[in-house]
Design a protein around this ligand. Sequence first.
Ligand code: PDD
Length: 287
Amino acid sequence: MSRIAYVNGRYLPHANAAVSIEDRGFQFADAVYEVCEIRDGEVIDPGLHLDRLERSLRELRIRMPMSRTALLVVMRQTAKRNRVRNGGVYVQVSRGEAHRDHAFPDASVPPTVVMTAKPHDRAKAEAQAEKGIAVITVPDNRWERVDIKSVGLLPNCLAKQAAKEAGAKEAWFVDGTGLVTEGSSTNAWIVTRDGALVTRSAEFGILRGITRTVLLEVAKRLGLRVEERSFTVAEAKAAKEAFITAATTLVMPVVSIDGTAIGNGHPGETALALRRAFHGSTERVPL
Ligand code: PDD
């Protein structure tokens, strides 16, 4: 079965799915995106992802291409037409197609909307979570507006590639003062020796992950002590546990940072408990 993409009103096989070479997403990374988890044939937390999409668009003054309801219909259709029961749906909205000029085109230019969906192997993801992952640290060389979920991800790609070449699965960005900001495509968390769950405040320097937002609620429900504050690489290395979160990884235990084992070098029980509890607090919409 060929994969199907949604492009500006049409569902097309990937081989025929295309946008213009003058699309501003291609020319300038003038586009934003979202990735939603699909689990057991349901979209997870579409409301929160659409809230963030609307915010990213507003911050860049790109207009909403269609209503939230219509976007959700297309997301569900795209997942359905690709027979994705477990995986993710990708939504991208660019400022549209216009002759190459850095300044914005006329407001009448319609945004470009592309959606794709792909399945993932749940069993493989669970096996990975049982083992945990290694992370490396890299300097955070991104622009300041990382709160906008823009497709301008070159530093993130370079960081992820550096992790891969080091035999790790994720890279944590570290700011100029030695504080961890977030992963190349995930948020970063630790559990301190005295049991506090720590993740950086989302006011500045990171993307406000939807998985992060929901997990903070889960943690409170489980009675965990939560501290939204920054932490250093040294504090992370000395922590009892560490983990990452994203719609793609869910809660994924981290067992080493730059080669230093975290805790006993195995996934921590808090991370695994949060992973198990996560979907108890999510919004779910059937495909
Ligand atoms: N990435 N931080 C960054 C830089 C991200 O790119 C992501 C998500 C997150 C976690 O956000 P959420 O919990 O809403 O998935 C944090 C997506 C999955 C990606 O780029 O594929």
